[in-house]
Design a binder for this molecule. Structure first.
Ligand SMILES: [Zn+2]
Ligand SMILES: [Zn+2]
Length: 183
């Protein structure tokens, strides 16, 4: 959390009262339909969440969150769309249930290719993850936005035939031609 104490626009929200918070939330354009804002609870915001198993953030810190349970899913994706969305030659994900996310700063940037909506920090541009309308109640974060990505190794490859050929990963993980979860 090297940037955790850097002041940014969301720090203002953190120390604001509920009325002010509401005001700011309404002022944010295009709010994402995330579950009710558990992070609005001042006690939860003031104290470290002892049940958290991982933290994640964008590069500027405006977007940050805690996970209160181990991800139920980890994967690589080699599809062209994920590559373009992140600028990376391949992408790793963790999947969590929405109820296991405590947002400290929600991502206000999003890009929709229904049924998939990708979200990102509209301050620094960091890609954060995506949701798929066919997989209700779940959010998929790019593993690289977590503070401890080493702990969440992918267990499967999705869209393996679309990979960039020089991305030569030596593992025995299952390789799927398309998605790894039925939709
Ligand atoms: Zn950011
Ligand atoms: Zn993909």
């Amino acid at each position: 959390m090297g940037h955790g104490h850097r002041p940014h626009r969301h720090a203002e929200i953190r120390h604001a009262g509920p009325a002010r918070l509401l005001q700011r939330r309404c002022a944010l354009a295009r709010p994402l339909r995330f579950p009710p804002a558990r992070h609005a609870d001042p006690v939860r915001r003031a104290e470290p969440n002892l049940t958290s198993v991982a933290n994640g953030r964008c590069r500027c810190g405006a977007v940050s969150f805690e996970l209160t349970a181990e991800p139920h899913f980890t994967s690589y994706c080699h599809c062209e769309d994920c590559r373009r969305a992140t600028g990376a030659p391949g992408v790793a994900f963790v999947g969590v249930h929405d109820s296991e996310i405590v947002w400290r700063g929600e991502p206000s940037g999003r890009y929709g290719e229904p049924p998939v909506t990708r979200f990102f920090c509209d301050t620094c541009g960091s890609p954060i993850g995506y949701r798929d309308a066919r997989l209700d109640g779940r959010t998929y974060f790019y593993t690289a936005v977590l503070e401890t990505p080493d702990r969440f190794a992918p267990t499967v490859h999705a869209f393996y035939p679309e990979r960039i050929v020089w991305l030569d990963l030596h593992d025995d993980l299952p390789r799927h031609d398309r998605t790894t979860i039925d939709r």
